[in-house]
Ligand binder design. Structure first.
Ligand code: SF4
Ligand code: SF4
Length: 238
C-alpha cells in the first residue's frame, strides 16, 4: 500500500516515519493569488487551469462537468455524494516499477500527491466552494467512469480505465466540487479493443463482463494490456 487506494484516493499515510503520522516532506504547492471568481466569464477556464497547475504532481488530471453524468447509472451518480456538485476533478498516478531503488522515490511522489490534493482543496475552499474527496473505497461512484467523463481515457474490457500513455497501470482518485470548472474533451481511440485484459482476467466472462467488486486485484489485466509499459510485479496491484 503506498498511500493511494488501489485505484486512487490518498489515504494520508505518507509520512516518512512508521505509523504515517508525521507531516509530508514534499514542499507545499504555492497557491495562486485569490481573485474574484466570475462564473459566467473566464472564471471556469481560469479556475480549471489553476487546479491543473496545483495538481501537476499527478501524471494526469481531467475535469468533467455535471452534465457529463446525465447518463450515469442512478446508483452511481455523484450527486448522491454531493447533491450540488458541478464538477469532478479526476487525477491519476502511474505505477512505478517495483524495486528497492524506486522505493524512496515512490514516497516522495506520494508526498507530492498529498500536497497537490491539499493545495487544490484549499484553493477551492478559499473561494467559498465545497470539496469532497473520492477514493476507490467510495462505493457510491465508479472512479473509472468518472475518469472517462473527465477525458483521461476509455473504459477497458475489465471496466477499469485505460490510458493512452500508461495502459492500465494507473491509480485514480477524484475531488467533487460545486465550483463550475471548464471540462476537458473526452478521450477517443485509446483502447485497442484487443481484449487481452478480459482474456487474462480470471473473473471476467468476456469484454465488459466484470463487476469491479468482483476484481481480485491480481494485476493480470494490467500486465496483459499492450498499452501498459512497465513490468508488473505480483502483488503490485494491492
Ligand atoms: S486485477 Fe485481476 S481480477 Fe481484477 S480485473 Fe484485472 S485481471 Fe481481473
Ligand atoms: S488490453 Fe486491449 S482491450 Fe484491454 S484495455 Fe488494453 S488495449 Fe483495451
Amino acid at each position: 500500500m503506498n498511500g493511494l487506494d488501489p485505484e486512487g484516493g490518498c489515504t494520508g499515510n505518507c509520512g516518512p516515519q512508521s505509523g504515517g503520522t508525521s507531516a509530508c516532506t514534499a514542499p507545499a504547492v504555492p497557491l495562486p493569488s485569490a481573485g474574484p471568481f466570475q462564473p459566467d466569464g473566464e472564471g471556469p477556464a481560469r479556475m480549471a487551469a489553476d487546479i491543473k497547475r496545483l495538481m501537476a504532481a499527478f501524471d494526469a488530471v481531467g475535469i468533467a462537468s455535471r452534465e457529463r453524468f446525465d447518463d450515469a447509472p442512478e446508483q452511481f451518480h455523484p450527486r448522491h455524494l454531493m447533491p450540488g456538485f458541478k464538477s469532478a476533478i479526476v487525477f491519476g498516478q502511474k505505477w512505478e516499477e517495483a524495486s528497492k531503488e524506486t522505493a524512496g522515490g515512490r514516497f516522495h511522489i506520494i508526498a507530492e500527491n498529498v500536497n497537490a490534493i491539499d493545495a487544490a482543496t484549499r484553493h477551492l475552499t478559499a473561494r467559498g466552494f465545497g470539496v469532497l474527496p473520492v477514493s476507490a473505497r467510495t462505493k457510491e461512484v465508479s472512479l473509472p467512469r468518472m475518469g472517462e467523463r473527465a477525458g483521461l481515457g476509455e473504459i477497458s474490457g475489465v471496466n477499469s480505465l485505460v490510458f493512452e500513455e500508461y495502459g492500465l497501470a494507473v491509480k485514480l482518485g477524484a475531488l467533487l466540487t460545486d465550483a463550475p470548472l471548464r471540462p476537458d474533451p473526452l478521450a477517443t481511440g485509446v483502447c485497442l479493443k484487443c481484449w487481452a485484459c478480459s482474456d487474462a482476467c480470471p473473473v471476467a466472462k468476456g469484454p465488459f463482463q466484470l463487476e469491479r467488486s468482483e476484481c481480485k486485484s491480481c494485476g493480470k489485466c494490467v500486465e496483459a494490456c499492450p498499452l501498459t509499459r512497465i513490468k508488473v510485479t505480483e502483488g503490485q496491484h494491492d
